[in-house]
Design a protein around this ligand. Sequence first.
Ligand code: TXA
Ligand code: MG
Length: 348
Amino acid sequence: MNTIIINGADDEAFLDAAKALREGNLVAFPTETVYGLGANALSTDAVKKIYEAKGRPSDNPLIVHISEVSELNKLVMEIPEAARLLIKAFWPGPLTMVFRKSNLVPDIITAGLETVAVRMPDSPIAQRLIKEAGVPVAAPSANLSGRPSPTTYKHVMDDLYGRIDYIIDGGPCQVGVESTVLDVTTDIPIILRPGGITLEMLESVLGKVNTDSVLEIKGNIKPRSPGMKYRHYSPKAEMVLISGKADAVAEKINKLISESRKQGLRVGVLTSIENANKYDADVIVKAGSVKHAEQIAAGLYDSLRTFDEEKVDIIYSETFEEKGIGRAIMNRLKKASSGKIIELKGDN
Ligand code: TXA
Ligand code: MG
Protein backbone atom coordinates (compact mmCIF):
# COMPACT_ATOMS: atom_id res chain seq x y z
CA MET A 1 0.00 0.00 0.00
CA ASN A 2 1.16 3.52 -0.76
CA THR A 3 1.28 5.62 2.42
CA ILE A 4 0.85 9.37 1.85
CA ILE A 5 2.57 11.64 4.37
CA ILE A 6 1.03 15.07 4.72
CA ASN A 7 1.86 18.15 6.72
CA GLY A 8 -0.87 19.12 9.18
CA ALA A 9 -0.69 22.70 7.90
CA ASP A 10 -1.25 21.72 4.23
CA ASP A 11 -4.96 22.52 3.86
CA GLU A 12 -5.69 20.77 0.59
CA ALA A 13 -3.96 17.52 1.53
CA PHE A 14 -5.62 17.66 4.93
CA LEU A 15 -9.08 17.72 3.37
CA ASP A 16 -8.13 14.77 1.15
CA ALA A 17 -7.15 12.80 4.24
CA ALA A 18 -10.40 13.69 6.04
CA LYS A 19 -12.40 12.54 3.01
CA ALA A 20 -10.40 9.32 2.78
CA LEU A 21 -11.08 8.70 6.46
CA ARG A 22 -14.84 9.16 6.01
CA GLU A 23 -14.75 6.81 3.02
CA GLY A 24 -13.23 3.93 4.96
CA ASN A 25 -9.44 4.42 4.74
CA LEU A 26 -6.90 4.55 7.58
CA VAL A 27 -5.41 7.91 8.61
CA ALA A 28 -2.81 8.30 11.37
CA PHE A 29 -3.05 11.67 13.11
CA PRO A 30 -1.54 13.48 16.10
CA THR A 31 -3.44 13.99 19.34
CA GLU A 32 -2.10 15.68 22.49
CA THR A 33 -1.39 12.23 24.00
CA VAL A 34 0.00 9.97 21.24
CA TYR A 35 -0.59 9.53 17.51
CA GLY A 36 -3.82 7.67 16.73
CA LEU A 37 -4.69 5.37 13.83
CA GLY A 38 -8.11 6.58 12.73
CA ALA A 39 -10.96 4.89 10.87
CA ASN A 40 -14.65 5.71 10.39
CA ALA A 41 -16.13 4.35 13.64
CA LEU A 42 -19.51 3.69 12.03
CA SER A 43 -18.08 1.34 9.39
CA THR A 44 -17.27 -2.24 10.41
CA ASP A 45 -15.14 -2.72 7.28
CA ALA A 46 -13.06 0.38 8.00
CA VAL A 47 -12.50 -0.59 11.64
CA LYS A 48 -11.47 -4.11 10.60
CA LYS A 49 -8.54 -2.54 8.75
CA ILE A 50 -7.24 -1.04 12.02
CA TYR A 51 -6.93 -4.48 13.61
CA GLU A 52 -5.19 -5.81 10.49
CA ALA A 53 -2.70 -2.94 10.12
CA LYS A 54 -1.70 -3.05 13.80
CA GLY A 55 -1.82 -6.81 14.26
CA ARG A 56 -4.12 -6.08 17.21
CA PRO A 57 -5.98 -8.91 18.99
CA SER A 58 -9.67 -8.59 18.10
CA ASP A 59 -10.79 -8.81 21.74
CA ASN A 60 -9.18 -5.45 22.58
CA PRO A 61 -11.77 -2.66 22.10
CA LEU A 62 -11.13 0.77 20.56
CA ILE A 63 -11.72 4.34 21.72
CA VAL A 64 -14.17 6.45 19.68
CA HIS A 65 -13.03 10.06 19.18
CA ILE A 66 -15.48 12.94 18.79
CA SER A 67 -15.09 16.68 18.23
CA GLU A 68 -18.29 17.89 19.93
CA VAL A 69 -20.04 16.84 23.12
CA SER A 70 -23.36 16.59 21.26
CA GLU A 71 -22.01 13.55 19.35
CA LEU A 72 -21.71 11.66 22.62
CA ASN A 73 -25.51 11.38 22.99
CA LYS A 74 -25.74 9.19 19.89
CA LEU A 75 -23.03 6.79 21.01
CA VAL A 76 -24.13 6.06 24.58
CA MET A 77 -27.28 4.99 26.49
CA GLU A 78 -26.85 7.55 29.24
CA ILE A 79 -24.42 10.19 30.49
CA PRO A 80 -24.03 9.75 34.26
CA GLU A 81 -23.75 12.88 36.43
CA ALA A 82 -20.08 12.19 37.22
CA ALA A 83 -19.33 12.12 33.49
CA ARG A 84 -21.08 15.46 32.98
CA LEU A 85 -18.87 17.05 35.62
CA LEU A 86 -15.73 15.56 34.08
CA ILE A 87 -16.70 16.66 30.58
CA LYS A 88 -16.99 20.23 31.89
CA ALA A 89 -13.64 20.00 33.64
CA PHE A 90 -11.47 17.99 31.22
CA TRP A 91 -12.91 17.81 27.69
CA PRO A 92 -11.42 18.36 25.25
CA GLY A 93 -8.39 16.61 26.75
CA PRO A 94 -6.63 13.35 27.66
CA LEU A 95 -9.60 11.70 29.39
CA THR A 96 -11.47 8.71 27.90
CA MET A 97 -14.70 7.63 29.56
CA VAL A 98 -16.39 4.22 29.30
CA PHE A 99 -20.20 4.40 28.94
CA ARG A 100 -23.00 1.92 28.23
CA LYS A 101 -23.10 1.84 24.44
CA SER A 102 -25.96 2.64 22.06
CA ASN A 103 -26.94 0.46 19.10
CA LEU A 104 -25.19 2.82 16.70
CA VAL A 105 -21.76 1.56 17.85
CA PRO A 106 -20.64 -1.49 15.82
CA ASP A 107 -19.63 -4.58 17.82
CA ILE A 108 -16.18 -4.57 16.26
CA ILE A 109 -15.36 -1.32 18.12
CA THR A 110 -16.26 -2.69 21.53
CA ALA A 111 -15.06 -6.26 20.94
CA GLY A 112 -18.55 -7.39 21.90
CA LEU A 113 -18.69 -5.46 25.23
CA GLU A 114 -21.86 -3.59 26.25
CA THR A 115 -19.76 -0.48 26.86
CA VAL A 116 -17.97 2.01 24.62
CA ALA A 117 -14.96 4.21 25.36
CA VAL A 118 -15.24 7.82 24.11
CA ARG A 119 -12.79 10.70 24.13
CA MET A 120 -12.70 14.27 22.80
CA PRO A 121 -9.07 15.13 22.02
CA ASP A 122 -7.70 18.62 22.54
CA SER A 123 -5.20 18.72 19.67
CA PRO A 124 -6.42 21.18 16.99
CA ILE A 125 -5.38 18.81 14.16
CA ALA A 126 -7.29 15.91 15.71
CA GLN A 127 -10.37 18.09 16.30
CA ARG A 128 -10.34 19.42 12.78
CA LEU A 129 -9.84 15.99 11.23
CA ILE A 130 -12.84 14.56 13.10
CA LYS A 131 -14.97 17.59 12.17
CA GLU A 132 -14.01 17.48 8.47
CA ALA A 133 -14.49 13.70 8.32
CA GLY A 134 -17.99 14.26 9.68
CA VAL A 135 -18.05 10.90 11.50
CA PRO A 136 -16.87 9.65 14.90
CA VAL A 137 -13.32 8.27 14.58
CA ALA A 138 -12.16 4.98 16.08
CA ALA A 139 -8.47 5.30 16.93
CA PRO A 140 -6.02 3.17 18.88
CA SER A 141 -2.44 4.33 19.25
CA ALA A 142 -0.77 4.21 15.80
CA ASN A 143 1.88 1.59 16.62
CA LEU A 144 2.23 -2.08 15.79
CA SER A 145 0.51 -4.01 18.55
CA GLY A 146 2.80 -4.44 21.59
CA ARG A 147 5.28 -1.71 20.59
CA PRO A 148 5.69 1.62 22.40
CA SER A 149 3.03 4.15 21.34
CA PRO A 150 4.11 6.75 18.74
CA THR A 151 4.63 10.35 19.81
CA THR A 152 6.06 11.64 16.49
CA TYR A 153 5.06 10.97 12.89
CA LYS A 154 8.43 9.27 12.45
CA HIS A 155 7.47 6.66 15.07
CA VAL A 156 4.29 5.99 13.06
CA MET A 157 6.37 5.62 9.87
CA ASP A 158 8.68 3.14 11.58
CA ASP A 159 5.75 0.88 12.51
CA LEU A 160 3.05 1.39 9.87
CA TYR A 161 4.57 2.76 6.66
CA GLY A 162 3.10 0.81 3.75
CA ARG A 163 0.28 -0.56 5.92
CA ILE A 164 -1.99 2.52 6.11
CA ASP A 165 -3.25 5.23 3.72
CA TYR A 166 -2.23 8.53 5.33
CA ILE A 167 0.02 9.88 8.08
CA ILE A 168 -0.57 13.49 9.16
CA ASP A 169 2.57 15.09 10.61
CA GLY A 170 1.63 17.48 13.40
CA GLY A 171 4.89 17.52 15.35
CA PRO A 172 5.60 15.78 18.66
CA CYS A 173 2.74 15.04 21.08
CA GLN A 174 2.69 17.18 24.20
CA VAL A 175 1.45 14.79 26.88
CA GLY A 176 3.31 11.74 25.56
CA VAL A 177 1.37 9.02 27.42
CA GLU A 178 -2.14 7.89 26.48
CA SER A 179 -5.38 9.25 27.87
CA THR A 180 -6.70 8.17 31.24
CA VAL A 181 -9.42 5.54 30.75
CA LEU A 182 -12.18 5.93 33.35
CA ASP A 183 -15.18 3.62 33.72
CA VAL A 184 -18.18 5.83 34.58
CA THR A 185 -20.76 3.02 34.49
CA THR A 186 -20.23 2.24 38.21
CA ASP A 187 -21.40 4.35 41.19
CA ILE A 188 -17.82 5.26 41.95
CA PRO A 189 -15.86 5.66 38.68
CA ILE A 190 -12.84 3.37 38.23
CA ILE A 191 -9.54 4.23 36.56
CA LEU A 192 -8.83 1.43 34.07
CA ARG A 193 -5.66 3.03 32.73
CA PRO A 194 -3.79 5.95 34.37
CA GLY A 195 -2.95 8.69 31.88
CA GLY A 196 -2.89 12.39 31.06
CA ILE A 197 -5.65 13.36 33.53
CA THR A 198 -4.30 12.31 36.91
CA LEU A 199 -6.04 10.63 39.86
CA GLU A 200 -5.57 13.84 41.82
CA MET A 201 -7.31 15.87 39.08
CA LEU A 202 -10.25 13.43 38.94
CA GLU A 203 -10.57 13.43 42.73
CA SER A 204 -10.66 17.22 42.77
CA VAL A 205 -13.89 17.04 40.76
CA LEU A 206 -15.50 13.79 41.98
CA GLY A 207 -14.18 13.27 45.51
CA LYS A 208 -13.81 9.50 45.41
CA VAL A 209 -12.36 7.56 42.47
CA ASN A 210 -11.40 3.88 42.47
CA THR A 211 -8.10 2.69 41.06
CA ASP A 212 -8.62 -1.03 41.40
CA SER A 213 -9.18 -2.01 37.82
CA VAL A 214 -9.74 -5.72 38.30
CA LEU A 215 -13.17 -7.08 38.80
CA GLU A 216 -13.72 -10.12 41.00
CA ILE A 217 -16.55 -12.35 39.87
CA LYS A 218 -17.02 -15.37 42.15
CA GLY A 219 -13.32 -15.72 42.85
CA ASN A 220 -12.41 -15.16 39.21
CA ILE A 221 -10.19 -12.12 38.73
CA LYS A 222 -10.94 -10.51 35.40
CA PRO A 223 -9.57 -7.25 34.03
CA ARG A 224 -12.33 -4.73 33.32
CA SER A 225 -10.40 -3.39 30.38
CA PRO A 226 -9.40 -6.15 27.96
CA GLY A 227 -6.35 -4.20 26.76
CA MET A 228 -4.79 -4.38 30.23
CA LYS A 229 -3.86 -8.04 29.92
CA TYR A 230 -1.46 -7.69 27.00
CA ARG A 231 2.29 -7.02 27.09
CA HIS A 232 2.44 -3.45 25.96
CA TYR A 233 4.51 -0.40 25.30
CA SER A 234 7.52 -2.64 24.94
CA PRO A 235 10.93 -2.05 23.46
CA LYS A 236 12.42 -5.11 21.76
CA ALA A 237 15.02 -5.70 24.47
CA GLU A 238 14.26 -7.18 27.87
CA MET A 239 13.71 -4.45 30.46
CA VAL A 240 14.21 -4.58 34.23
CA LEU A 241 13.17 -1.84 36.69
CA ILE A 242 15.16 -1.12 39.84
CA SER A 243 13.51 0.85 42.64
CA GLY A 244 14.85 2.19 45.94
CA LYS A 245 17.00 5.08 47.15
CA ALA A 246 18.89 6.81 44.34
CA ASP A 247 22.41 5.79 45.43
CA ALA A 248 21.45 2.17 46.11
CA VAL A 249 19.71 2.00 42.73
CA ALA A 250 22.77 3.38 40.93
CA GLU A 251 25.03 0.89 42.68
CA LYS A 252 22.74 -2.04 41.83
CA ILE A 253 22.34 -0.98 38.20
CA ASN A 254 26.11 -0.64 37.78
CA LYS A 255 26.51 -4.18 39.17
CA LEU A 256 23.92 -5.47 36.73
CA ILE A 257 25.59 -3.61 33.86
CA SER A 258 28.94 -5.26 34.49
CA GLU A 259 27.36 -8.72 34.85
CA SER A 260 25.46 -8.28 31.58
CA ARG A 261 28.54 -7.06 29.79
CA LYS A 262 30.49 -10.10 30.93
CA GLN A 263 27.86 -12.12 29.05
CA GLY A 264 28.60 -10.06 25.95
CA LEU A 265 25.35 -8.10 26.08
CA ARG A 266 24.89 -4.51 24.90
CA VAL A 267 23.37 -2.64 27.84
CA GLY A 268 21.05 0.37 28.01
CA VAL A 269 20.06 2.46 31.03
CA LEU A 270 16.99 4.68 31.39
CA THR A 271 17.73 7.33 33.98
CA SER A 272 16.72 10.74 35.26
CA ILE A 273 18.96 13.64 34.22
CA GLU A 274 19.97 13.95 37.87
CA ASN A 275 21.50 10.43 37.98
CA ALA A 276 22.74 10.12 34.40
CA ASN A 277 26.44 10.57 35.17
CA LYS A 278 26.43 7.68 37.67
CA TYR A 279 26.28 5.00 34.98
CA ASP A 280 28.74 3.38 32.65
CA ALA A 281 26.52 1.65 30.08
CA ASP A 282 26.61 1.32 26.26
CA VAL A 283 23.54 3.48 25.82
CA ILE A 284 22.31 5.96 28.41
CA VAL A 285 18.94 7.58 27.75
CA LYS A 286 17.98 10.54 29.92
CA ALA A 287 14.23 10.39 30.56
CA GLY A 288 14.09 13.94 31.96
CA SER A 289 14.31 15.64 35.33
CA VAL A 290 12.63 14.08 38.38
CA LYS A 291 11.46 17.62 39.15
CA HIS A 292 9.42 17.66 35.91
CA ALA A 293 7.52 14.41 35.56
CA GLU A 294 5.57 15.93 32.62
CA GLN A 295 8.85 16.07 30.69
CA ILE A 296 9.55 12.41 31.43
CA ALA A 297 6.05 11.47 30.22
CA ALA A 298 6.39 13.53 27.03
CA GLY A 299 9.62 11.78 26.02
CA LEU A 300 8.95 8.31 27.47
CA TYR A 301 8.08 6.40 24.30
CA ASP A 302 10.82 8.10 22.31
CA SER A 303 13.25 6.94 25.02
CA LEU A 304 12.01 3.34 24.74
CA ARG A 305 12.26 3.44 20.94
CA THR A 306 15.82 4.80 21.16
CA PHE A 307 16.89 1.54 22.79
CA ASP A 308 15.51 -0.32 19.75
CA GLU A 309 17.43 1.89 17.35
CA GLU A 310 20.58 1.41 19.40
CA LYS A 311 19.99 -2.36 19.35
CA VAL A 312 20.63 -2.94 23.03
CA ASP A 313 20.06 -6.43 24.44
CA ILE A 314 18.95 -5.44 27.93
CA ILE A 315 17.65 -2.25 29.54
CA TYR A 316 17.94 -1.34 33.23
CA SER A 317 15.64 1.47 34.30
CA GLU A 318 15.20 3.63 37.34
CA THR A 319 11.67 4.07 38.66
CA PHE A 320 9.81 7.34 39.18
CA GLU A 321 7.54 8.66 41.91
CA GLU A 322 3.98 7.34 41.57
CA LYS A 323 2.03 10.54 41.97
CA GLY A 324 0.37 12.78 39.39
CA ILE A 325 1.46 11.87 35.87
CA GLY A 326 4.09 9.61 37.52
CA ARG A 327 1.38 6.94 37.92
CA ALA A 328 0.98 6.76 34.15
CA ILE A 329 4.76 6.69 33.65
CA MET A 330 5.21 3.80 36.09
CA ASN A 331 2.19 1.93 34.69
CA ARG A 332 3.80 1.98 31.22
CA LEU A 333 7.28 1.08 32.52
CA LYS A 334 5.87 -1.87 34.47
CA LYS A 335 4.10 -3.14 31.34
CA ALA A 336 7.16 -2.52 29.17
CA SER A 337 9.19 -4.66 31.58
CA SER A 338 6.44 -7.29 31.98
CA GLY A 339 6.53 -6.51 35.70
CA LYS A 340 10.22 -7.36 36.18
CA ILE A 341 11.13 -5.11 39.08
CA ILE A 342 13.91 -5.35 41.67
CA GLU A 343 12.89 -3.54 44.85
CA LEU A 344 15.82 -2.57 47.04
CA LYS A 345 14.79 -2.48 50.68
CA GLY A 346 16.42 -0.06 53.12
CA ASP A 347 19.96 0.96 52.26
CA ASN A 348 21.30 -2.18 50.61
O1 TXA B 1 -4.61 8.69 24.31
C1 TXA B 1 -5.26 7.74 23.85
O2 TXA B 1 -6.19 7.22 24.46
C2 TXA B 1 -4.88 7.24 22.45
C3 TXA B 1 -5.18 8.35 21.44
C4 TXA B 1 -4.96 7.94 20.02
O3 TXA B 1 -6.49 8.83 21.64
N1 TXA B 1 -5.56 6.02 22.13
C5 TXA B 1 -5.26 4.84 22.73
O4 TXA B 1 -5.98 3.76 22.23
O5 TXA B 1 -4.44 4.73 23.59
P1 TXA B 1 -5.56 2.24 22.52
O6 TXA B 1 -6.45 1.43 21.64
O7 TXA B 1 -4.11 2.09 22.32
O8 TXA B 1 -5.98 2.00 24.00
C6 TXA B 1 -7.37 1.93 24.34
C7 TXA B 1 -7.54 1.36 25.73
C8 TXA B 1 -7.26 -0.13 25.76
O9 TXA B 1 -6.59 -0.45 26.99
C9 TXA B 1 -8.66 -0.74 25.73
O10 TXA B 1 -8.72 -2.02 26.32
C10 TXA B 1 -9.46 0.30 26.51
O11 TXA B 1 -8.91 1.54 26.12
N2 TXA B 1 -10.89 0.26 26.15
C11 TXA B 1 -11.46 0.58 24.97
N3 TXA B 1 -12.80 0.37 25.00
C12 TXA B 1 -13.08 -0.08 26.25
C13 TXA B 1 -14.28 -0.48 26.91
N4 TXA B 1 -15.46 -0.47 26.31
N5 TXA B 1 -14.19 -0.91 28.19
C14 TXA B 1 -12.99 -0.94 28.83
N6 TXA B 1 -11.83 -0.57 28.25
C15 TXA B 1 -11.86 -0.15 26.98
MG1 MG C 1 -2.19 1.37 22.41
